[in-house]
Structures are given as structure tokens and as C-alpha cells.
Design a protein around this ligand. Structure first.
Ligand code: UDP
Ligand code: MG
Length: 168
């Protein structure tokens, strides 16, 4: 784990806090459908802090590394081909329990089982077009941020004036 992916900073009370970071990506369907602002807004409103953002076209190699755990599954080739089919928006979001919180904002893998109020529940119909990716644990977050972001591409430390109104 590097400083880039998990940062320490002095909080309001002067104690050192470690803040979790997680990887979220708007998939090519979300970008194509003009949902970038809608999706980013949901994480912002939740209170998570955007500490990295870029639009990119993912290479086949990167996609296969990112989705390595699914290699050999029936949907793997289609997933890699889909995720590389157009631009994605890659993001790093920071906050207390960032990975679990981001997964709650995103919802269930299958939009048909994802409650209203979640991104996939509100904006998607099909498991293969579920508009957004989110790391499934803090450890996956570190791994995936390392795949999509290089040193210097994530903010090291940024204290917002509103942080004290979001995190105790
Ligand atoms: N996926 C699919 N068919 C399946 C299972 C997964 O197309 O039967 C796709 C889907 O886009 C999903 C991605 O593969 O988001 C990764 O699957 P995972 O189980 O990791 O779901 P996630 O973590 O994205 O909720
Ligand atoms: Mg997953």
C-alpha cells in the first residue's frame, strides 16, 4: 500500500487519521448515455471526496488485469470487450469506509436486484450494462487504483472546509 492510495492527515482534533480510498469507474455505457454528471453527483452528495479523475480508453491488457478474478467465466470475454469499447471515467474517492460506502451507492451487480436509490437500481436494466464499477473491498481499492492511476495523478492531501460536517 502506498501513500497515494491511503493518506494520513491531521484532523480537526489533531489526531492522525487514515482515510480509505476506493476505485470507481463509469463504464462505456454510462459515458455513452451521458450519465457522467449524474453518477459523479451521487458520490459527491454522499460526502465522499473526489481525489482523482480521468477519462480514458482502457487497453485489453489493463481490462484483463483489472477483471483477472473473472478469467475463465462465461462472461469474461464479453466484459473485456465491452469495457474496452469506448471511454470510461476513472475515479478515486476518499472517505471513511469508502469502498463499502461506494458499493452501497452503486448497488447490486444485477440491476434487476438493485434497489431504487442505487445507481444500478435507478439507471440500468442489464447485468452486462450496469454503468459503473466499484472496488469490492479496501484491498481491491488499493489494487485497482494502482492499475488505473500513476504516481502524481491522485491528490495527496486535500482538506475541505466541509470535512468536519461530514466526518466526526
Ligand atoms: N457480469 C456480467 N455477467 C455476470 C456477472 C458479471 O456481465 O453474470 C459483469 C458485470 O458488468 C459486472 C462485472 O462483470 O459488473 C464484474 O462482475 P462482479 O461480480 O465483480 O460484479 P461487480 O463487482 O461489478 O458488482
Ligand atoms: Mg467486482
Amino acid at each position: 500500500m502506498t501513500d497515494l492510495h491511503k493518506v494520513s492527515y491531521l484532523d480537526i482534533g489533531g489526531t492522525v487519521a487514515t482515510v480509505e480510498r476506493t476505485f470507481v469507474a463509469i463504464k462505456p455505457d454510462g459515458v455513452e448515455r451521458g450519465l457522467v454528471g449524474e453518477i459523479i453527483g451521487r458520490f459527491e452528495r454522499k460526502g465522499l471526496k473526489l481525489v482523482g479523475l480521468k477519462q480514458m480508453v482502457v487497453s485489453k491488457e489493463t481490462a484483463e488485469t483489472h477483471y483477472g478474478e473473472h478469467k475463465g467465466k462465461p462472461f469474461f470475454d464479453g466484459l473485456v470487450s465491452f469495457i474496452t469499447s469506448g471511454p470510461i471515467v476513472a475515479m478515486a474517492w476518499e472517505g471513511k469506509n469508502a469502498a463499502a460506502i461506494a458499493r452501497n451507492v452503486i448497488g447490486a451487480t444485477n440491476p434487476a436486484q438493485s434497489p431504487q436509490g442505487t445507481i444500478r437500481g435507478d439507471l440500468a436494466l442489464d447485468i452486462g450494462r450496469n454503468v459503473v464499477h466499484g472496488s469490492d473491498s479496501p484491498e481491491s481499492g488499493v489494487r485497482e487504483l494502482g492499475i488505473f492511476f500513476k504516481d502524481g495523478e491522485l491528490l495527496k492531501e486535500w482538506n475541505r472546509a466541509c470535512d468536519k460536517w461530514i466526518t466526526e
